[in-house]
Design a protein around this ligand. Structure first.
Ligand SMILES: *Cc1c(COP(=O)(O)O)cnc(C)c1O
Length: 226
């Protein structure tokens, strides 16, 4: 078995163990393999080991991989910051976007989604712990943005994404994940049909699963150090 296939198995086992510890079913959490900075060949190996959903931060790099891997049936997620001049590439090539944090970007994505493709699946990025130099709407702005995005015709709002500040104290990280889960629940209570809470990475996936994540985004533990 390849190193990458072994890494993937280890990450799957971590997710399974975390689900069990949290009293959640084995299918409660999806794995997004974050392939940024790694090549199409590595994505191919991870796909051969059973993974179909891949995440990219840098749009141009992601589009090149998407095009190089057209022969595979993969699901591509954009998880990085999106400038206005890149929305067309995202709308034309990706299946999901986790990093919508402005209405203007959402409107452009909806307008530029090619006819005949399914709606772009969207999460709103929330700056849950108020980190100073981070993307994402503040929690208090999330509801208004979610309602505005939910009615755009070529987008389907699925949930929220958060990236907590790295913290050596697992209890603090877990508390931030709990805040994200509470916000997600509030949005659902306001009538938004959400099924995705995108949180947890290599270092904090157990804490995220414990606090209700439905999708973890894992790069380093699968592909290695960047
Ligand atoms: C790079 C990245 C990840 C993966 O991080 P790892 O620590 O390598 O698992 C997840 N989400 C986002 C938004 C990222 O930029």
């Amino acid at each position: 078995m390849s190193v990458l296939a072994e890494n993937l198995q280890r990450v799957q086992a971590r997710i399974q163990a975390a689900c069990q510890a949290a009293g959640r079913g084995p299918a409660a959490v999806r794995l997004l393999a974050v392939s940024k900075t790694f090549g199409a060949d590595e994505v191919r190996q991870v796909h051969a080991a059973g993974q179909t959903a891949f995440g990219e931060n840098y749009i141009q790099e992601g589009v090149e991989k998407i095009q190089a891997l057209r022969d595979l049936d993969l699901e591509w997620h954009c998880i990085g910051p999106i400038q206005s001049n890149k929305t067309r590439l995202v709308a034309e090539h990706f299946d999901w976007v986790h990093s919508v944090d402005r209405l203007k970007i959402a409107e452009r994505l909806s307008a530029q989604r090619p006819a005949g493709r399914p709606p772009l699946q969207v999460c709103i990025q929330v700056n849950i712990d108020g980190g100073a130099n981070k993307s994402g709407v503040l929690p208090g702005e999330a509801l208004a943005l979610a309602h505005a995005v939910a009615v755009l015709p070529h987008l389907q709002l699925r949930g929220i994404m958060t990236i907590p500040e790295p913290d050596d104290d697992p209890a603090r990280t877990r508390a931030v994940h709990a805040q994200a889960h509470a916000l997600w629940s509030q949005l659902k209570a306001q009538g938004l049909a959400l099924d995705t809470l995108s949180m947890g990475m290599t270092a904090d996936l157990e804490a995220a699963v414990q606090e209700g994540s439905t999708m973890v985004r894992v790069g380093t533990a699968i592909f290695g150090r960047r």
